[in-house]
Design a protein around this ligand. Structure first.
Ligand SMILES: NC(=O)c1ccc[n+]([C@@H]2O[C@H](COP(=O)([O-])OP(=O)(O)OC[C@H]3O[C@@H](n4cnc5c(N)ncnc54)[C@H](O)[C@@H]3O)[C@@H](O)[C@H]2O)c1
Ligand SMILES: [Zn+2]
Length: 396
């Protein structure tokens, strides 16, 4: 049996285990006892740091774009930017583009990731007369990548697009895996599609102008990838400071995990759900504070809270040891500090989890840690457990 067959066999085995453990857990999903029985099936992620061939990590973005455009001919190239990436990133790629390329600018930030901005992008694409052989280059962070990808995937039933991520978060996470979309009615990424980009062109040079808070936000996804898939890497990075990293190698490692997992399960039927560790309650916290502009959190800051509380759930469900929980908590508090969450806000935060796209039959499904370096998914958790986990965080 070759390596690929072996990997497929393991993924199938993991899926079987998921179904069984799901059924097993559904008995426990209501009136859950305080300390819960250990799930009897192990899902092993056979990790290979394989990076899909459409992802290019280099230290010469202009040369990468030149050869990418030579290999992918198109009728017109259009670049989507926000005001920050227009100023700091566009100059690095401008000369590698055809002279007649178009430029569409939108306002930066999560607040602009909505259908109104999409209407602006679609209008500009229409006014430029883009046909179905045009190519959109999304030059920016996760907001530009998710929204630009969504606009490209839906314009005239879909034109090609490439991601040129310029934040750490978009390099290691958002640009890989084909999830596209925008926020709607206060819910994150509520409207969207799955569609792989034609290419993902990564160059760490863009990080030089990225604000420190944004870099730290993206680092949460790096920590997550290690927690769910590579204990050795976690041990290597958990005590380091952001200034100490060689980002090219961190990005390569992190993209390897994201790419492997999403290639194995592109539409999130199984294994891909492990990437949701920290995100069920993390997204709920992020969505809740989205409505309170003065307390708005960056994505990574919110999922740092999510990873602490979901590590607590992992411990409470009998997976990880207390020492692991303490180590995870200490690491996230050291890097991100503590967010003040008022007791009176807990119910509203928990209500947000009911909208999570991973839920099935109104049961909130979590990805939790089985060990540091290994994750489990489709684990139902009820509202009272979620509340207890948030209380743990409040008590830190
Ligand atoms: N599709 C996915 O799988 C996926 C995964 C994770 C997150 N996301 C999404 O990603 C988004 C967050 O992405 P983000 O953290 O990259 O935020 P972002 O796109 O808002 O960028 C953060 C800020 O940095 C600025 N910026 C970007 N690059 C810069 C650079 N090189 N120099 C200076 N400033 C720069 C931007 O203008 C913006 O103000 C969220 O909407 C989240 O839902 C998607
Ligand atoms: Zn995330």
């Amino acid at each position: 049996m070759n390596a690929l067959q072996l990997r497929k066999k393991r993924v199938v085995k993991a899926r079987t285990a998921t179904v069984e453990s799901s059924i097993y857990n559904s008995f426990n999903s209501f009136n859950f006892p305080r300390i819960i029985t250990k799930i009897p099936f192990r899902k092993t992620l056979l990790l290979r740091m394989e990076i899909a061939p459409y992802i290019h990590i280099s230290k010469n973005i202009a040369a990468t774009i030149t050869s990418f455009l030579q290999n992918n001919t198109c009728t017109k190239v259009v670049v989507l930017v926000d005001e920050n990436t227009k100023q700091h990133c566009y100059p690095f790629i401008k000369n590698a583009l055809p002279a007649n390329h178009g430029l569409i600018e939108v306002k930066s930030g999560e607040g602009a990731k909505n259908l109104q901005t999409c209407t602006h992008i679609w209008s500009e694409m229409t006014e430029m007369g883009l046909d179905r052989k045009a190519l959109l280059l999304n030059l920016g962070g996760g907001v530009i990548g998710d929204m630009g990808g969504f606009c490209a995937a839906t314009y005239k039933r879909g034109i090609r697009f490439a991601q040129i991520p310029t934040t750490l978060l978009s390099m290691v996470d958002a640009s890989v895996g084909g999830k596209l979309g925008v926020d709607f009615m206060g819910y994150k990424n509520h409207i969207g599609v799955f569609q792989e980009p034609l290419g993902v062109l990564i160059d760490p040079i863009f990080l030089n102008t990225l604000p420190q808070r944004e870099l730290r936000s993206g680092f949460a996804e790096v920590l997550k990838h290690s927690l769910i898939a590579d204990v050795n890497h976690w041990n290597e990075i958990k005590t380091k400071n952001l200034a100490d990293f060689d980002w090219a190698s961190i990005i390569k490692h992190s993209v390897g995990i994201k790419s492997y997992v999403t290639t194995s399960d592109p539409t999130e039927k199984g294994l891909r759900k492990i990437l949701n560790f920290g995100h069920t309650l993390g997204h709920a916290v992020e969505s809740f504070y989205l409505e309170l502009p003065s307390k708005r959190l960056l994505h990574g800051e919110a999922i740092a809270v999510g990873m602490i509380v979901e590590a607590w759930l992992s411990k409470q469900l009998g997976f990880i040891a207390e020492t692991d929980l303490n180590e995870i908590t200490a690491t996230f508090l050291r890097v991100y500090g503590k967010v003040t969450i008022h007791e009176t806000d807990l119910d509203a935060i928990i209500t947000h989890t009911l909208q999570d796209k991973k839920n099935e039959n109104n049961v909130v499904q979590f990805a939790l840690l089985e060990n540091i370096g290994k994750a489990n998914y489709e684990i139902p958790v009820n509202a009272s457990q979620m509340k207890d986990s948030l209380q743990y965080y409040r008590g830190l």
